[in-house]
Design a protein around this ligand. Structure first.
Ligand code: NAG
Ligand code: NAG
Ligand code: NAG
Ligand code: NAG
Length: 746
């Protein structure tokens, strides 16, 4: 089987026996012969040298069997070794046995159920079917839908409902009164994930989570993880989010909980994870913490990578005291971490937990009062095959003791341990005891590989549950009609039928569920709100109920000075008849000088001023604007300097923010569109509004053709920081039937 180069070379032959086991001098290679697999292929992580992992790949609907990976050992042999009698091949993925329904029938009856096989479920009379009446075997080895259960119509004396029997499982216990217990086990070859034992509580709920039976090749889809992990982590984040309440004198108070949430992330980088997988995993961690920050929480982070030893990338102790690490610094630390050429053959999961335990102990010792208030969330990624450092269970027990302080009942919600098992070498039964057990919340997830993690974390924000956040959007690097709506969910198109039946078009932005911000010059003196139609999101069309132009807007104001059109204060608000429905593709953008925007910029505290926001937002001068022709254009803002003398008289007004130099100019019909800046990738803040341009470079009737700017073409934008009193008067009005924005005091 295996051989080493030295054996085949004369010079080395002499040296070799003396230095046996020293891999540098006596390099060992594993053999590739007879390793191929019927129906699939394999890849090697480090060619054929010691420590390399051979990974088998099968098409969808199939899994590699008997092994999914093999490791090249020091001896030059593969572990596990290939079987002569059981040749390696791609086998069809099976779903666990669905013929476990009590008081009903399952059809069709088969020995085995493969991908795309469909089953239907019916109950005997006197029983009602709960769960799915038909299920399809999915490529991840799970049945679609939920466990079918035939529940007795009378219900009987039972306090809890029949918890059913998941596919592939057996249940013992068939009475469901208070304190009654049911236990589950899975058929041979399947591992139990979830609660092995459930007890009926007085509330009528079962403890724990529904058990599931997983084959080695069963894994959770990105969607399943998104839903389960997303809802669990949101709970933690909401506990840590700042809260507003009104005190007895009616004064609004914000309780900022910065630093009351500790997130410990530990990522397995042992050889069993390939280097490009490592980069994907790193990106996933970055995505996760950026997403977390969009909840307007500022957690403390501990980030470690582990294999046979532990590499600390971000130390949580750096978050104590005055100089808290910022999110940017954490992301930089992650970027700068070099995977390097490590010989990390082992997986010391226990050491990773021990490191976290030590960090907790330091914090607790420093200030126990503070430590008591902190919520701890541990997120582990591992391929599960821990093979050194001992069993982590005792360490996890110590972590629990440290946080619970002998009062588990009271302090239960202060600790969450999540484990993401990556790859098929994971031993579900070893990992299960490590995670937190909570009713109806999963803390253990099994992924096929790390590739989908980033996408999963991108989706953990459930739009419907974070309605209040302005400027939140999805981030995609390509524009299609669908991605545009979720990238720029505040973008509105405005159509106005003027009194003389002529029709005008403008752009606008949703700034609250009730208001659209746009340019004043879009409207004529005789226009009325009911003639304004607004299109937003996928298919919401709304009508205006009130049109409010800035009182100082007067296009003829400087006619006497030879300026025919004067565009200062070119802003308007359209109040809608009703609030729009907020969803993933319809959500307000943040505007300057509001508390909502402070949250988006993660400026916390009562003392934040408008000026601070302005400095932060206008610090970097690359801004973007939304225009109908190309949706978004990036421009470099150049401050007005009188460089174009024949324009300077027209721009003398102090309102104008800037022009965009030698850039794709806006087109007719783009007026009112937002000039904005993205913060942290997930939040958008509007800083300006497209007012006017010196030239119309878009061909008539075809705004979708990209036009190059020329030396004289400039677009001008209204600086929203200069019209805050106007915005505040209407958007901050708390006497009306709409929810007001909270403007800063100064
Ligand atoms: C590969 O398989 C063939 C046929 O079973 C066998 O003769 C040969 O020895 C095998 N080679 C190795 C290196 O195991
Ligand atoms: C179940 O799936 C297998 C494999 O795809 C297929 O051969 C078989 O016909 C399917 N059975 C039914 C009843 O659809
Ligand atoms: C410990 O933390 C509490 C709560 O945050 C704080 O009030 C107290 O001043 C801290 N004590 C020390 C010694 O830092
Ligand atoms: C503005 O100035 C440029 C050169 O600076 C000149 O070519 C152009 O004709 C002027 N435009 C007007 C309207 O005076």
């Amino acid at each position: 089987m295996g051989f080493s180069v030295c054996w085949s070379m004369w010079a080395a032959l002499l040296l070799c026996p003396l230095y046996m086991g020293v891999s540098v001098l006596c390099e060992v290679f594993c053999d590739e012969e007879n390793m191929s697999m019927e129906g699939g292929h394999y890849t090697l992580t480090k060619k054929l040298v010691y420590g390399s992992m051979l990974i088998y790949h099968c098409p969808e609907g199939y899994y590699p069997n008997p092994a999914s990976t093999r490791l090249c050992q020091k001896s030059g042999t593969w572990s596990p070794p290939p079987h002569i009698r059981r040749p390696q091949k791609c086998k069809m993925i099976e779903c666990p046995n669905p013929l476990v329904l009590e008081s009903g029938t399952v059809s069709p009856l088969q020995m085995q159920y493969f991908v795309n096989n469909k089953t239907t479920y019916e109950c005997y009379s006197g029983y009602t079917l709960c769960g799915s009446s038909s299920r399809v075997c999915q490529p991840n080895g799970k049945w679609s839908g939920g466990t079918p259960i035939c529940r007795h119509d009378s219900g009987g004396e039972n306090r809890c409902a029949d918890p059913g029997i998941p596919a592939g499982a057996r249940r013992s216990g068939s009475s469901f009164g208070i304190d009654d217990k049911v236990t589950y086990r899975c058929d041979e070859g399947l591992n139990l994930v979830g609660s092995k034992e459930r007890v009926c509580q007085e509330s009528g709920q079962w403890t724990g989570t529904e058990p599931k039976c997983y084959y080695k090749h069963t894994y959770d889809t990105a969607l399943e993880v998104t839903e389960a992990f997303g809802s669990a982590i949101r709970e933690s984040l909401q506990l840590a989010a700042p809260i507003d309440y009104t005190d007895q004198e009616g004064k609004k108070i914000t309780v900022d909980k910065a630093g009351k949430l500790n997130i410990y992330i530990a990522m397995d980088i042992s050889d069993s994870i390939e280097e490009d997988q490592f980069n994907k995993a790193r990106n996933a961690v970055k995505k996760l913490i950026t997403k977390v920050s969009s909840f307007a929480v500022s957690p403390n982070y501990e980030i470690i990578f582990f294999a046979s030893d532990v590499l600390e990338v971000v130390n949580i102790i750096d978050f104590s005291g005055e100089k808290r690490k910022t999110l940017e610094q954490v992301l930089d630390d992650l970027d700068n971490f070099n995977y390097g050429d490590r010989e990390n053959v082992g997986t010391n999961l226990n050491l990773a937990f021990k490191t976290i335990l030590e960090r907790m102990a330091i914090q607790k010792q420093r200030n126990e009062t503070l430590f008591k208030e902190v919520h701890h969330v541990l997120i582990f990624f591992t391929d599960g095959a821990y093979n050194m450092g001992g069993r982590p269970e005792d360490t996890v027990a110590k972590i629990r003791e440290t946080v619970y302080m002998n009062t588990k009942e009271e302090r239960d919600q202060y600790l969450d341990i999540y484990v993401f098992g990556v790859g098929s070498e994971i031993f579900d039964e070893d990992i299960q005891p490590l995670v937190t057990k909570r009713d109806n919340e999963d803390h253990y997830f099994k992924l096929k590989d790390g590739a989908k993690l980033e996408e999963t974390f991108d989706k953990i924000i459930d739009e419907s549950k974070v309605v209040g956040l302005c400027g939140l959007h999805r981030n995609y690097d390509h524009d299609t009609a669908d991605t545009i709506r979720v990238r720029y969910p505040w973008m509105a198109r405005i159509g106005i039928t003027h009194e003389d039946e002529s029709y005008g078009k403008c752009m606008g932005s949703l700034v609250t569920p009730r208001f659209i911000l746009t340019a004043a010059h879009c409207f004529k003196f005789t226009d009325t709100a009911d003639k304004i139609k607004i299109k937003i999101g996928k298919n919401q069309v709304l009508t205006g109920s009130r049109l409010i132009l800035h009182p100082n807007f007067n296009i003829k104001a400087k006619e006497k000075e030879g300026i025919n059109e004067f565009y200062d204060y070119d802003v308007a608000l359209i109040e809608l008849k009703n609030d729009v429905d907020i969803s993933i593709d319809t959500r307000p953008i943040c505007i300057p000088c509001t508390k909502e925007t402070s949250g988006a910029l993660r400026l916390v505290g009562e003392e934040i001023t408008c000026k601070q926001q302005e400095e932060l937002l206008l610090k970097k001068i690359i801004l973007k604007k939304s225009v109908s022709c190309h949706m978004i254009r990036t421009g470099k803002v150049v401050r007005i300097s009188g460089a174009m003398p024949n324009l300077s008289s027209r721009i003398r007004g102090k309102i104008v923010l800037a022009w965009l130099l030698r850039d794709n100019v806006a087109c007719k019909g783009d007026s009112g569109g937002a000039l904005f800046k993205n913060y942290d990738d997930y939040r958008t803040i509007q800083v300006g509004l497209i007012s006017w341009g010196t030239k119309n470079l878009c061909p008539d009737g075809n705004n979708d053709v990209k036009q190059e700017s020329d030396d004289d073409s400039r677009d001008f934008h209204i600086n929203l920081f200069k019209v805050v009193p106007f915005l505040k008067k209407y958007l901050g009005d708390d006497t009306r039937d709409y929810a007001p924005l909270q403007f800063l005091d100064k």
